[in-house]
Write a protein that binds this ligand. Structure first.
Ligand code: WTA
Length: 672
């Protein structure tokens, strides 16, 4: 086991002192109650929200996880009715938070910023809800959304929720093909977008992409009837100064179908009676890639999702009324849904909504924004941390980050090297780090430590959140108790678990419940250490088997990145005639790293020392860039093809930059 596992960091007293959960003992008591008496645990939380039809305690929750006993289902608070937008807005305004800032919007250009209070957000949501209704959108209809990180994105989602429409937001970085595929799948007749957005120095013409997507849909016989376009570029500063007027930008608008947001929303009424929704009515769908075939439309419903997003946000970020919280995730991902929109607003929180990139106008943008808004909780991804670690430490050190209390990580296992940098440089060894493991499918965090409650181990996600019961299984479905490594599964539902895949319940059952009857299967591996901490080892399909030794790609990658010359590493299995599989490693150098024989020797020795001789890589390739999805996930499927020099790489449309693939093929080392 890597030596970092011996490292354990006790929460700083300044974090523990006022934390909602301030000790392991308190966590254990609450956890025990959440499992033994879910009605009481979730009931107390539910009572803080508004229910138009009260909760029926006899139908608090029901489920079946075992396909041999009938269809898989989960229902929470069945029979109750509510409206999420009402709970996030009207309820907070009524409770005296009307003038509280809901969002500080920070544009791509530092000269652009604005703010929106709860009262104003409620008005804007009602206006847009009325516009949607006037375009014929009704309860249950799907609305496709393709938006940058602007306030209208939040307004759109909540307007849908207010009238019971199901939003289907597609990350505005997906190609027109991918977007068209998703519009067709959910048969959306209304689309909401913006003309374009600056990301750093790059201009993304979003409406053009939507047009191409709509043309593709028409060819398949599906017509989008209304496309509402926020005129955004004319109100923001271009990277080199100046603005782009509607005239110069020449956004194509189709008569009868396309309308500017600014031409209709301001006239609409600021009051809109909410649609009371059944607890299990759909709230939204969000596509996630499947290992095979079409993207999966993960469907979340109303009451359970509200409870879970709200509760995880409160405890995992330890959010207090005067805090300013910032999640850097794009609203197009589940992290954006649960922890930019629903979770924070359910807690009447103040958030930063950031449009730009960490690298513009300088590589210290994150830290200058933290300083500007005095951010107390900062939530980002390991890939962002690793890309920032490459730069001079002074870029962090020159900013005042003393407002920070909780640092979050999400999306992939965080390597201890990045964890330590985050902890020391950004958190000044005083912040708690929460390494939150979860999935689009889980709706909210399922494994994490809580700030101030438990000691932290770099690289370990930690413990189950309230109501969540993780189990490790071996290949034969036998439970691994105590220390050990296996498939990470869950034996019962929590309120935020997805309910189905849109329009394909069979695929839902097959993907998540068929491998181990009675369990929701995450598709990730995990190990439990002697102290009960859970370490997520990565996707099960990323497991390597070298001469019978099972290891995870994440484990090897983490060791490689400990070397000062390595900024990022990705490891895949390559078939080997004797060992079965061998390790093929791609490494991206740091600014000071030099790719030479000495580095290769040092890395091999290091891996031998840290993991064992069986883990020594056969090939190490210099990779100036790695094939990543736009959300920053490394596509190992493509790396596996490069490792075996098979140019049949399949679909690369979800890559942020597909040119790296060719480069990596051309620069395969001689011994590969
Ligand atoms: C991975 C993102 C380790 C995991 C919220 C999971 C993580 C997949 C972590 C879901 C973490 C996410 N540690 N692995 N803290 N967080 N993952 O659906 O493989 O985009 O199954 O949801 O990301 O990715 P998704």
């Amino acid at each position: 086991m890597p030596s970092e596992e011996a490292h354990i960091f006790v929460p700083h007293p300044s974090v523990s002192k006022n934390a909602f959960v301030s000790s392991s003992t308190q966590y254990q008591q609450m956890y025990k109650k959440s499992l033994e008496n879910p009605e009481e645990f979730w009931g107390e939380i539910a009572r803080q929200f508004h229910w138009e039809t009260p909760i029926d305690n006899n139908r608090f929750f029901r489920y079946n996880f075992d396909m041999t006993k009938g269809p898989i289902f989960t229902k929470w608070l069945d029979g109750a009715t509510t409206n999420i937008a009402y709970n996030l807005l009207d309820r907070n305004v009524r409770n005296g938070h009307g003038d509280k800032v809901a969002y500080y919007w920070e544009g791509n250009h530092p000269d652009d910023y604005s703010r929106l209070t709860y009262k104003k957000l409620l008005e804007e949501v009602c206006r847009f809800a009325n516009v949607l209704k006037s375009r014929g959108v009704q309860k249950g209809d799907r609305v496709a959304v393709y938006m940058p990180m602007i306030l209208e994105a939040v307004i759109t989602l909540l307007a849908c929720a207010r009238i019971g429409a199901v939003h289907s937001l597609v990350f505005a970085g997906f190609s027109s093909d991918s977007f068209a595929e998703r519009i067709l799948d959910c048969e959306a007749r209304v689309l909401v977008t913006a003309d374009g957005v600056w990301r750093g120095e790059k201009l993304l013409q979003l409406k053009n992409i939507c047009d191409q997507a709509m043309i593709k849909c028409s060819k398949e016989g599906h017509n989008v009837e209304t496309c509402i376009v926020v005129s955004h570029l004319e109100r923001v500063t271009a990277p080199k100064g100046g603005v782009m007027s509607r005239q110069t930008n020449k956004t194509p608008m189709t008569d009868g179908r396309d309308i500017w947001w600014q031409d209709i929303v301001p006239q609409a009424s600021t009051s809109c009676y909410p649609e009371w929704m059944q607890a299990e009515d759909p709230l939204f769908m969000l596509y996630t890639s499947g290992s095979t075939g079409k993207p999966k439309g993960v469907l979340h419903t109303t009451a359970g999702y509200l409870l879970y997003a709200a509760t995880t946000f409160k405890y995992v970020f330890d959010y207090k009324p005067n805090d300013v919280y910032w999640c850097t995730a794009d609203v197009g991902w589940i992290t954006g849904h649960s922890y930019v929109v629903y979770g924070p607003l359910a807690n009447a929180a103040t958030s930063v909504l950031f449009e730009g990139t960490p690298f513009f106008p300088g590589n210290d943008r994150f830290w200058s924004v933290v300083d500007k808004y005095k951010v107390s909780q900062f939530y980002t991804a390991p890939t962002a941390i690793r890309s920032l670690m490459k730069f001079d430490d002074d870029l962090v050190a020159r900013h005042n980050l003393s407002s920070l209390r909780v640092l979050g990580s999400v999306g992939e296992p965080i390597n201890p090297e990045a964890w330590m940098w985050y902890y020391k440089l950004v958190g000044h060894e005083k912040c708690s780090i929460v390494d939150t493991f979860w999935q689009t499918e889980t709706g909210g965090h399922v494994l994490t430590t809580l700030p101030g409650a438990q000691p932290m181990k770099p690289g370990a996600a930690g413990f189950p959140f309230f109501g969540v019961e993780p189990v490790l299984l071996d290949e034969n479905g036998r439970e691994i108790k105590g220390e050990g490594e296996g498939y990470l599964v869950f034996s019962k539902p929590w309120p935020g678990l997805m309910r189905t895949l849109y329009g394909n319940h069979d695929r839902y059952e097959l993907t998540y419940f068929s491998k181990f009857p009675g369990y929701y299967c995450t598709g990730d591996g995990a190990k439990r250490d002697a102290d009960g901490y859970l370490w997520v080892t990565g996707r099960v399909d990323d497991m390597l088997n070298v001469s019978g030794h099972l290891m995870s790609t994440a484990e090897v990658e983490s060791v490689l990145t400990e070397h000062h010359g390595v900024a990022e590493a990705a490891v895949v299995a390559k078939p080997h005639p004797v060992k079965g599989e061998c390790l093929y490693c791609f490494i991206t150098l740091t600014e000071t790293g030099i790719f030479d024989d000495q580095l290769l020797r040092e890395l091999k020795t290091h891996i031998r020392e840290r993991i064992g001789p069986f883990a020594q890589p056969d090939v190490i390739q210099n990779a100036p860039g790695l094939p990543k999805t736009r959300s920053g996930k490394i596509m190992r499927r493509i790396l596996r093809k490069i490792a075996v020099n098979d140019r049949d790489v399949g679909d690369v449309s979800t890559l942020a930059d597909s040119s790296v693939v060719e480069l990596l093929f051309q620069t395969r080392p001689a011994n590969a």
